[in-house]
Design a protein around this ligand. Structure first.
Ligand SMILES: C[S@@+](CC[C@H](N)C(=O)[O-])C[C@H]1O[C@@H](n2cnc3c(N)ncnc32)[C@H](O)[C@@H]1O
Length: 373
């Protein structure tokens, strides 16, 4: 964020993907090598971690949240209430400072003091706005109009292939964080601060500008050359496929090509090690393609996979998961369903005796020889 930016509100919440789009971070091996220990009692997040995680110093990144035991994919790591909320539409530092000061007045003295000990990557904007810009999370997906300061969630450091997913749960009034894959005891819990899958050079520029650090996560530590280029290309391809899959005009005319795009996107996510909300989004795309073409059998399978991925990242109690379960039970209920279209078939047509490989070929309408990636 530029010093004294006239677009403070936007900048405060511009980054950190929350509700949409690892390998251990390079330094999480170091975290793993130290025996789990009690965190700093002055860090309020430590009252929330129980036997699951603790906030403690991590090499090269200040404090971070570190798993005290294995955390299985889908386990809820935290459900954090905001200390204060700021609008993302306020455009000047002075007004934003006043809003934060008011918010802090309502907090306990210890919490207000703790807020002022957090990282500030924008010192030119003063302690309140600078610290908030470095630590708030948007409350909702792209275009969120509010951002919150969550004293536990803000301790989670960034990785470009994170092992956890955050989600603003309006229904609970809390920011939840779930394990997006199994996290080993001693491993650091990570989220992505980035709203899209940028290539390496762009990631470094954005993270330095908005959060004041150069990323050395496992993905960023890939050696320059073949491996880094391959990761950059995967990210570029995923973004392009994501855009193509969002083009509703292709959904009937180019249905099969779109289903193949969904397959490619899922393969690339897997190769990149991405297990967070990108996966449910890809299965949701595939579900929409199937149901918009009248295929309830494939739609049901895609909805089941979307449900599994949504529950893992948001919890069983998430309203989105409940909505997805409705499509699992009754795919025809989706507004895009038309019984007249080219792929019309009922849920009874889900094949039962195929090998896993053959089932995937059936599901994504792949040719017998498979698809070029
Ligand atoms: C939201 S805070 C995260 C918690 C913070 N490390 C702390 O000590 O409270 C964001 C700040 O943490 C640090 N940080 C987060 N992820 C990092 C990473 N992958 N490598 C180095 N520093 C990181 C940066 O200083 C960043 O401005």
């Amino acid at each position: 964020m530029a010093p004294n930016s006239d677009d403070v509100g936007k900048d405060v919440a511009a980054l950190k993907i929350s509700d949409e789009p690892e390998k251990p971070r390079a330094d999480s091996a170091a975290a793993a090598s130290t025996a789990p220990e009690k965190g700093d009692p002055n860090i309020s997040a430590n009252h929330m971690g129980g036997d699951m995680w603790v906030v403690k110093p991590v090499p090269g990144a200040g404090y971070g949240a570190v798993a005290l035991r294995k955390i299985a994919r889908g386990e809820r790591i935290m459900a954090d209430k905001p200390l204060f909320v700021v609008p993302t539409t306020v455009n000047d530092v002075k007004t934003m400072s006043q809003i934060i000061a008011l918010g802090l007045k309502k907090a306990s003295k210890d919490q207000a003091r703790e807020f002022l000990t957090l990282d500030n990557a924008h010192k030119a904007n003063g302690p309140l706005v600078g610290t908030a810009s470095t630590n708030v999370h948007p409350m909702g997906g792209g275009g969120a109009t509010e951002a919150g300061l969550f004293l536990a969630a803000c301790r989670i450091n960034h990785a470009c292939v994170p092992n956890a997913q955050n989600k603003w749960r309006k229904d609970l009034g809390r920011m939840t964080v779930h394990a997006a894959r199994d996290i080993a005891a001693g491993e650091e819990i990570t989220l992505t601060y980035l709203p899209a899958l940028f290539p390496w050079a762009e990631r470094q520029t954005i993270l330095k500008k908005h959060f004041g650090f150069l990323c050395a996560c496992a993905t960023c530590s890939l050696p320059a050359g073949e491996k880094r280029d391959a990761s950059d290309k995967r990210r570029k391809d995923i973004n392009e496929l994501d855009e193509k899959l969002g083009d509703g005009k292709r959904i009937v005319k180019h249905a099969e090509a779109m289903l193949h795009d969904a397959w490619r996107k899922l393969r690339l996510l897997q190769e990149e090690g991405i297990t967070d909300a990108w996966v449910s989004r890809a299965y949701h795309d595939a579900f929409q393609i199937a149901i918009a073409n009248g295929d309830q059998a494939r739609a049901k399978v895609f909805a089941e996979r979307d449900y599994e991925a949504t529950v893992a990242c948001e919890g069983k109690d998430s309203p989105e998961a409940a909505q997805t379960m409705d499509w699992v039970k009754y795919p025809k209920g989706h507004p895009l369903y038309s019984g007249k279209l080219q792929w019309k078939q009922g849920v009874d047509k889900i094949p039962k005796d195929l090998s896993a490989e053959e089932f995937e070929k059936w599901l994504f309408k792949l040719p017998p020889e498979g698809l070029a990636k």
